[in-house]
Structure formats: structure tokens, C-alpha cells
Design a protein around this ligand. Structure first.
Ligand SMILES: C[S@@+](CC[C@H](N)C(=O)[O-])C[C@H]1O[C@@H](n2cnc3c(N)ncnc32)[C@H](O)[C@@H]1O
Length: 341
């Protein structure tokens, strides 16, 4: 296998104007990185993004309990309504940056937020899975490999640009938002959700580390052996976690995020945060689920986890939002519009 040089642009093939007169061709997924590639990735955050997300693309939906049914449609629509609920729907053409497997845009489209979509991601493996998911759902979606800092679409192409859990991976967030405004039509809206706040990230990481340590050690006990994932899988997860430190670049203070978007040229910028009690429970649960064999996560368990999260989200929204500073909540979301001129 050849090694991608550390300064190679993973999206070059996708962004080139032509491919010998044919449309640009996206690079192929590389789910198994060589040791040399992994070593290079520690010096090159975008190569790390590609390797890390190509590696997890085929199992990503399962790992994060992502589905394309009512549960995740409600979640995606709920994020949209929480910050842009007064907007007339549907939008015409929507773009997703850092689409992963398509979780946010495909579910927003199913909820009637947009009519057609374009899914993009730096990771070819993710774009492939997102397009496959869109096809299964019968949605009108195209897709390509794309870097959010240089979006390969013409000016004023989209009515809506969305993203979920992507801004914190992008080296220059203001540059990406400037690009977002360029590809939006005048008056078009952008909306990014699922971004970690600085305080939220601190307690989420500590809780995650403690849960991983406790689960992987307790399951060494002979009577709990069936709850232990094979050592090879645990080692692979630990190696991935090391790369995670290279791909997670930012956490956000809400006021600072507003400033970045305004500086990129956006109007009507709003930042909201959510999940405080829900995150204090959610992170240990998610980490536990990643540390035990898949077959142990029964439907009953998944329902318990989902309903507990919903109840605590209700507590966050109805009570804690009024007394806890917004920077303490785990998830930040931001919206704004391109000036109509
Ligand atoms: C945490 S995942 C989120 C995926 C999906 N949006 C979701 O919420 O399930 C972040 C995604 O952003 C992509 N990404 C990272 N840096 C990027 C960049 N500069 N441009 C575009 N996508 C990027 C990664 O490849 C990855 O698929």
C-alpha cells in the first residue's frame, strides 16, 4: 500500500476542475491505514481526519446508535427547531459539511426541512456510506469528498448549509464559515449543531475516561468475562482514541463562536447550548456501550438509555437552562444568514 505524504491534500482529486475532461473523481476510502500513514497523521490533522473517519465509516452508525427512523428524525428536527424554529419550510437545496454517514441532513430531509441535498466530507469512506444511506431512504442526494475550508461548489448554490459535530474538527473555523456564506444564496441560512463547549468537553472527557477504565477493568473478572470485548478490538479502540486527540481541534465558548461567525460576515447570528444533566449521563452511557460487546446492548438497554436521556434533556430545557450558565452545557449550536444585501 502506498503512503499518503503528510502534506498531500486528501481532497485534491475531488476539487480538480476536470479529470481529463471527465467530472472530478473522488479518492477511494482507505479503511486500513498503514503504520506509516498513522505516524504521518500525527503531524497532519487533515490526513488524521481521513484515516480516522475512513476507519470508522462502516461501523459509525452502529457505534453512535445512529438510525434513520423517528428517533433520529425527531432529534435532527429538534436541533433545527431549537434555534431556527420560526423559519418557513422546506428549503430547496441543502448542503451538509462533514456529513459522516449522513445522520443530520438525511434525517432533516426526512423531516421535511430540505427538498434536495448534497453530502460532503473530507473522508471518502463517510461520503460513500452517506450516499448509500440516502439511496436506501429514497432521498434525492448527491455527494462528494470536500474540505469545508475550500468548498468545491459555485457561489450562491445552496439555500441551506448544515453540519453536525464538524466545526470542532476544522483548523480554521472562520475560513470555513466564510466559504459557507460564499456557497449560500443571499438570505440563505447555515446551521451547525453538536459542537462541544469548552466546559462541557472537560467533564465529558473525564467521565468518558473514567467509564472506559472502569468497564475495561471490571470485565477482566472471570464472572464478567462475557462482557469483555476481544483484546484486539479494545487495542484498536485505544489506538483510535490516540488519533482522536489529533482530530478534535477545538472546543467553543458560546460568545466566541458568535464572534467568529459575525467576523466571517454572517447576519442574525445566534448560538444556543443544550444538554447539561443529559450529557452527565450520556457520556458514561456512550462510553460503556463502546466498551462492551454489541450483543450485550439489548433493546431494553437501548430504550432505557434513550428515555433517560430524553427525561434529562427535558430537565435541562425546562429548569436548568434558566439557572446554569450557557457555557456549562455540553452542546453548542449556531445559526446565521447570508446578508441579502
Ligand atoms: C464527528 S464526525 C460527525 C459526522 C456527522 N456529521 C455526524 O454528526 O454523525 C466529523 C466529520 O467531519 C469530517 N471532517 C473533519 N474535518 C473536515 C473538514 N475540514 N472538511 C470536511 N469534513 C471534515 C470528518 O471526516 C467526519 O466525518
Amino acid at each position: 500500500m502506498t503512503t499518503m505524504s503528510s502534506d498531500a491534500d486528501p481532497t485534491t482529486a475531488a476539487q480538480g476542475p476536470t479529470n481529463n475532461g471527465h467530472p472530478p473523481v473522488d479518492p477511494a476510502p482507505r479503511p486500513r491505514a498503514t503504520a506509516e500513514e498513522v505516524a504521518a497523521a500525527f503531524e497532519d490533522t487533515k490526513l488524521a481526519q481521513v484515516l480516522y473517519h475512513d476507519w470508522e465509516a462502516e461501523t459509525y452508525d452502529e457505534k453512535w446508535s445512529i438510525s434513520y427512523d423517528e428517533r433520529c428524525i425527531d432529534y435532527a428536527k429538534g436541533r433545527f427547531e431549537a434555534i431556527a424554529g420560526d423559519e418557513p419550510l422546506p428549503y430547496g437545496r441543502a448542503l451538509e459539511l462533514g456529513c459522516g454517514t449522513g445522520f443530520f441532513l438525511l434525517n432533516l430531509m426526512q423531516a421535511g426541512v430540505a427538498e434536495t441535498g448534497s453530502v460532503t466530507d473530507l473522508s471518502p469512506g463517510m461520503v460513500k456510506v452517506a450516499l448509500r444511506n440516502a439511496e436506501h431512504l429514497g432521498l434525492t442526494v448527491d455527494g462528494r469528498v470536500a474540505d469545508a475550508e475550500g468548498i468545491p461548489y459555485d457561489d450562491a448554490t445552496f439555500d441551506l448549509v448544515v453540519g453536525h459535530a464538524v466545526l470542532h474538527h476544522i483548523p480554521d473555523v472562520e475560513k470555513a464559515l466564510t466559504e459557507v456564506l460564499r456557497v449560500l444564496k443571499p438570505g440563505g441560512r447555515f446551521l451547525f449543531a453538536g459542537e462541544p463547549t469548552t466546559v462541557g468537553n472537560l467533564y465529558a472527557r473525564k467521565l468518558g475516561q473514567a467509564t472506559w477504565y472502569a468497564t475495561t477493568n471490571i470485565t477482566k473478572l472471570p464472572m464478567l468475562r462475557t462482557w469483555r470485548r476481544p483484546q484486539q478490538e479494545l487495542d484498536e479502540s485505544s489506538r483510535a482514541a490516540a488519533l482522536e486527540a489529533v482530530v478534535d481541534l477545538h472546543t467553543f465558548d458560546p460568545a466566541e463562536l458568535e464572534r467568529i461567525a459575525a467576523s466571517a460576515g454572517a447576519d442574525d447570528v445566534r448560538v444556543r447550548t443544550e444538554e447539561f444533566a443529559a450529557a452527565l449521563l450520556g457520556w458514561p452511557i456512550r462510553t460503556f456501550e463502546a466498551a462492551v460487546p454489541e450483543e450485550k446492548l439489548t433493546v431494553t438497554w437501548r430504550l432505557f438509555a434513550y428515555h433517560a436521556w430524553k427525561k434529562l434533556s427535558w430537565l435541562d430545557e425546562t429548569v436548568l437552562r434558566h439557572i446554569v450558565p450557557r457555557g456549562y452545557f455540553y452542546n453548542a449550536m449556531i445559526t446565521g444568514v447570508k446578508p441579502s444585501r
